[in-house]
Write a protein that binds this ligand. Structure first.
Ligand code: SF4
Length: 279
């Protein structure tokens, strides 16, 4: 079989000097941060309204008096904490500056706010995929700002099985070792990129296998290529391991001969490993 004919290591042309914001945006395929921020604000308002119930309990005949004080304390404390969390997150998202406790806020955002934001988004008529792309973009900026993807050999590049050509008869298993680099799909090119940067590459056939790979390899960081749904759940499931998400392309429809913009992938790798890991 001939070697992959059109593969060459592509120099990042669109962003000669990739920055945290440019690669986060490129990888999230134009996800809009303002959707995330708008839904975050709306979700905080919903929670504030619920916490406001504690403030009105004393006027609804709750006894004894100490319980009224506890109720007011919980209401005011909860609203104050929520205001601090949301302002800190918004400040961090806009400026990229590291704030004390930002790691915990990221966790809270992933675990608590995202499901709430999806519900609020659905009620507001915002496309679920747009919400997820927005989340992936913001998550990518968090990962870049915290400079988690430290060294190539501790990084895992996780690919979806659907990137293998549907016509390919090779049994790849969890790695690219059996790929013949025939050029019918991008996996041969990605294997060459992996060798160039010295990173581990694994193929996952689903969320359960992906979790097993991550548990077995225990990487410091992950670059994952997948659709909006799988990236969102992967980012949530892998916490606290940082996951930089790159959205795939689906010219043949979902889960079938999917692709990744190789330029974007190399942009991301060069950002982390050729620029001294500077955000
Ligand atoms: S995985 Fe892709 S590049 Fe590798 S042998 Fe199969 S079709 Fe060719």
């Amino acid at each position: 079989m001939a070697a992959c004919p059109d593969f060459k290591i592509i120099q990042p042309a669109r962003f000669r000097k990739p920055t945290a914001k440019s690669i986060a945006s490129l990888a999230a395929a134009g996800g809009r941060k303002r959707i995330f921020l708008g839904l975050l604000a709306a979700s905080c308002c919903v929670v504030c309204l619920l916490l406001g119930l504690f403030l009105v309990l004393p006027w609804l005949g709750v006894n004894p008096v100490w319980l009224q004080h506890v109720s007011i304390f919980l209401g005011l404390g909860g609203i104050g904490a929520l205001a601090w969390i949301s302002l800190t997150l918004v400040f961090h998202i806009y400026t990229g500056r590291i704030m004390p406790g930002i790691g915990g806020l990221r966790h809270l955002c992933i675990r608590l706010f995202l499901p709430l934001m999806e519900i609020v988004g659905k009620l507001s008529g915002i496309d679920k995929m747009a919400v997820r792309r927005s989340f992936i973009k913001v998550n990518n900026e968090f990962v870049c700002a915290n400079r988690h993807l430290s060294t190539p050999h501790k990084l895992l590049l996780l690919l979806p099985h659907c990137m293998q050509a549907n016509s390919c008869t090779r049994r790849l298993g969890l790695s690219l070792a059996n790929c013949a680099n025939c050029g019918n799909c991008q996996l041969g090119a990605i294997r060459a990129l992996g060798r160039k940067y010295g990173i581990h590459i694994a193929i996952a056939t689903g969320g359960t296998i992906a979790r097993k790979i991550v548990a077995g390899q225990r990487p410091d960081g992950i670059i994952a290529i997948a659709c909006e749904r799988d990236l969102t759940s992967g980012i949530q499931d892998s916490y606290p391991i940082p996951v930089f998400g790159i959205l795939n392309e689906r010219p043949q429809g979902p889960c079938h001969d999917t692709r990744v913009p190789l330029e974007t992938l190399e942009c991301v790798l060069s950002f982390f490993f050729e620029n001294g890991n500077q955000a």
